[in-house]
Design a protein around this ligand. Structure first.
Ligand SMILES: [Zn+2]
Length: 403
């Protein structure tokens, strides 16, 4: 099969293909696939049950042609092939695989930006939207501060593109603000909904596979100036190998997203940092902390209280009694939790559970890219509960001296 540079984007559930064919005419084929996981395109795959969508000369933009497929369904996963049609024969090109994501589950940038503006419009005296930097591709990174600026919990979403963020953090805060605004008298929440906003938008716009790194291939959660020099070999990868998913970057804070987070933290001076991870819009109540804090009793005590507050608020959303959780000091050099710890700010990566005794079957589908609106709504109940408890805790906690 020939390699043809086929690009795509998905808007409002419809797929648009862009391609530069050499032939005067093309045939466009499509085959629906059942998603079993966060799938990657099999470039050697040939059409078996494909339908012909189009034959002829598509709309010409420039050197590129465009074809818009209006017949896709939300949550569909589709292989597209283009066959170049010449006078004396035809050439089949490698496929592209496109995932039509549900914009109620994967909020596009435009939607979460609008949501922040709506909160600000409804509560102008209690909120502020602040730009803290730009993404690698030059888009503004903006966070919203709700409530007291003096005693903030900082929330970050989507440090890793395919994980969780805007859809949980913003509506959780929005609901608390609408129903119990007085909770924000003694404390505040500063929320940057998507840190790795560029690659997250790639997933919103149809990239089927899991993306972790930013557009430069850097794992932002290894790029912070926090013992960055120490190479880590976790997950069987190496943070000093530029091809690995945990690549730390060429220097500490080399990435504009990392610098934006640092600028936000320096402005907000948060009491606590919670960075949301896990998969496909869903996050649970497994809190990871810096491995450097393992022997630090003063910090471990506070980490435990914050973890318990988070868990107790979270599990109420499921109608379950609290469980005994354990602290996991495993965040590596270059990670945000380690950066927070070195500066005197308790910081957590919030993850999902994989040990059988802690797993929540309600959220299992997210691991295979099967997050549903119902699942997200339940997760939102849980995270609203967790945020309430964290805000209450932060309202009364003592600040560590910033180091
Ligand atoms: Zn992650």
């Amino acid at each position: 099969m020939k390699i043809l540079d086929i690009r795509f984007s998905v808007k409002n559930g419809k797929v648009i293909l862009y391609f530069p064919p050499e032939a005067p005419r093309v045939r466009i084929l499509r085959e629906k696939t059942e998603p079993a996981k966060l799938m990657e395109c099999d470039r050697e795959r040939t059409p078996e049950r494909a339908v012909v969508l189009f034959e002829g000369c598509p709309e010409r933009l420039s050197a590129h042609y465009m074809y818009r497929d209006d017949t896709t369904e939300v949550n569909g996963l589709y292989d597209y092939w283009i066959t170049e049609l010449f006078e004396d024969g035809e050439t089949l090109c490698h496929p592209v695989l496109v995932r039509v994501r549900d914009e109620e589950i994967w909020w596009p940038r435009e939607k979460y930006e609008r949501y922040m503006e709506e909160i600000h419009r409804d509560f102008p005296d209690r909120t502020e939207i602040i730009e803290c930097g730009r993404t690698t591709r030059g888009y503004p990174l903006r966070y919203i501060v709700i409530g007291s600026r003096d005693r903030c919990a900082a929330y970050l979403g989507a440090v890793h593109a395919g994980e969780s963020g805007p859809e949980l953090l913003l509506p959780a805060a929005g609901r608390i603000l609408s129903t119990t605004p007085e909770l924000f008298d003694a404390c505040g929440a500063a929320i940057l909904p998507a840190v790795n906003a560029d690659c997250r938008e790639d997933m919103v716009e149809g990239v089927p596979q899991y993306i972790r790194t930013n557009p430069n291939g850097v794992d932002l959660n290894r790029n912070f100036p926090a013992d960055w020099e120490i190479v880590n070999k976790g997950y069987g990868l190496s943070t000093d190998c530029f091809l690995d998913g945990t690549y730390r970057g060429r220097s500490p804070a080399s990435e504009s997203e990392t610098r934006a987070v640092i600028a936000m933290m320096e402005a907000v001076k948060p009491m606590v940092i919670l960075s949301y991870h896990w998969l496909c819009g869903i996050c649970e109540d497994r809190l990871l902390i810096s491995e450097g804090a393992r022997e630090d009793e003063a910090y471990m005590g506070v980490y435990r209280q914050i973890m318990d507050a988070f868990h107790q608020g979270f599990i109420k959303g499921l109608g379950l009694p609290p469980r005994k959780k354990r602290l996991e000091p495993c965040c590596t050099p270059g990670s945000l939790p380690h950066w927070g710890y070195l500066r005197g700010i308790p910081a957590f990566d919030v993850e999902g559970n994989y040990e059988p005794q802690f797993m929540y079957p309600e959220f299992e589908g997210c691991a295979t890219d099967q997050t549903t609106r119902e699942m997200l709504a339940l997760a939102l109940d849980c995270h609203e509960g967790a945020m309430r408890r964290i805000l209450q805790y932060v309202g009364g906690m003592e600040r560590f001296p910033l180091r």
